[in-house]
Write a protein that binds this ligand. Structure first.
Ligand SMILES: Nc1nc2c(ncn2[C@@H]2O[C@H](COP(=O)(O)OP(=O)(O)OP(=O)(O)O)[C@@H](O)[C@H]2O)c(=O)[nH]1
Length: 385
């Protein structure tokens, strides 16, 4: 995860706790692409659940009707015809998903499933309205509509739901009104499906909030696992991952990269004289100054203790040396303000550029050797391996 996205995750979570006591249902801009991907995956799993419900409920209703009245009447055929499109679409969606064809658009899948389900549910109500049993079918349709409402809302949101449910409702009401039955029966037949959509919307809203919360807390755990708690920079694990990535990239593209290892000079004295807390203040300020001196895409992290590692994509020796010197000057140029007063602090740096090594660890070892040469030569300087 890029450093600014990491900060956004941590900030979003703490901000949310400050304001509402729970994680804010809002995703920071730097994470919105990742959230959209996550949403597509999540939407698919809800559409999958909706499809399973249709696949179980509709055939079961058909079977129950047959068991109650085994004479295969015109109604039975009509019911089968009304339910078939939803069952076929649900089956197709499940097959597509289980064959791993994820390229199906989640919103289209959700809206398509909701549309065929809601049309068949209303069709059943309209079909039976004249014989006075429309309200019974409306009640059984309501359950399916509620569950599929959840899937369309999770996959596409309120906008898609309005396009699926409102025209179907208006058309069904117009057809029911034309039948000339009393208003009481009209209300009876439409009440449950309308309530079902309302319930579906509430459940979908809860699932949406839950999705944001889960996404943010997963990113937060990831961010914590890769961030140094004291300085807020990348930790060693994040740096090792970045080094592996950079090394692979350089090998694929016949490119290069440079590593600079920076180590505070005589830092033990700061700890011994002023205490560990003042030492920590120094480390934090050193990290802040170094980060501020670098470009956004330069990678800087805490390698361990009082050692920092800088990773520069595509840099040659001269460029890496100049950047390392910029860091050294940013520290040595001005004493660091601490609770024990201003302390002069310096760093030594060792620079190494990729020289055909097969492992990134070897480049780091050479930068370490250059660092020890800089220390041996008197500290507060940069050496190139
Ligand atoms: N305050 C603080 N000190 C740390 C931390 N991690 C490592 N140190 C200290 O860093 C110091 C490193 O000391 P040394 O390795 O002897 O090196 P140095 O005193 O900086 O001397 P040279 O590297 O030779 O210039 C030790 O005192 C460690 O305790 C930390 O997180 N906080």
């Amino acid at each position: 995860m890029p450093a600014d996205a990491t900060r956004d995750v941590v900030n979003a979570a703490s901000l949310a706790r400050d304001r509402s006591g729970s994680i804010l249902a809002q995703v920071p801009p730097s994470l919105q692409d990742a959230f959209r991907d996550y949403g597509r995956w999540y939407g698919w799993s809800v559409v999958d659940a909706g499809a399973r419900v249709v696949l179980v409920v509709f055939p079961l209703l058909q079977l129950a009707e047959y068991l109650l009245d085994p004479s295969v009447s015109r109604d039975a055929w009509m019911h089968a015809a009304i339910r078939a499109p939803a069952v076929l679409l649900a089956l197709t969606l499940l097959l597509v998903r289980h064959r791993g064809r994820r390229q199906w658009h989640t919103r289209t899948a959700g809206a398509g499933l909701a549309l065929v389900t809601v049309v068949s549910a209303w069709w059943m109500v309209v079909y039976h309205f004249p014989d006075g049993s429309g309200h019974l079918h409306a009640a059984s349709a309501a359950l399916t509509i509620a569950i599929v409402a959840v899937s369309v809302l999770c996959a596409g949101g309120r906008h898609d739901a309005a396009w699926v449910y409102v025209p179907a409702l208006l058309l069904a009401m117009a057809l029911l009104a034309r039948s000339g039955q009393p208003l009481r029966l009209l209300v009876d037949a439409t009440l449950y499906p309308v309530l079902a959509v309302a319930i579906g919307m509430v459940i979908a809203r809860m699932l949406h909030d839950e999705r944001v919360r889960t996404f943010l807390s997963e990113r937060q755990l990831e961010a914590h696992a890769l961030t140094d708690a004291l300085t807020g920079l990348d930790n060693r694990r994040a740096l090792e991952d970045a080094l592996q990535g950079e090394h692979a990239h350089a090998q694929r593209h016949a490119g290069s990269y440079a590593v600079a290892m920076a180590d505070l000079d005589r830092f033990k004295r700061v700890n011994d004289t002023y205490g560990h807390d003042v030492g920590d203040e120094v480390l934090r300020e050193v990290a802040r100054r170094m980060r501020a001196a670098l470009r956004a895409d330069d990678r800087l992290g805490r390698w361990g203790g009082e050692e920092f590692l800088l990773l520069l994509r595509g840099a040659n020796e001269t460029q890496a040396f100049e950047t390392a010197e910029k860091l050294r000057e940013a520290i040595a140029g001005q004493p660091i303000d601490t609770s024990a007063g201003p302390l002069p602090v310096t760093v030594s740096l060792g620079v190494a550029v990729l020289r055909g090594e097969t492992l990134p660890g070897r480049v780091v070892t050479r930068s370490d050797q250059a660092l020890y040469a800089a220390k041996a030569a008197g500290r507060n300087r940069t050496h190139v391996a």
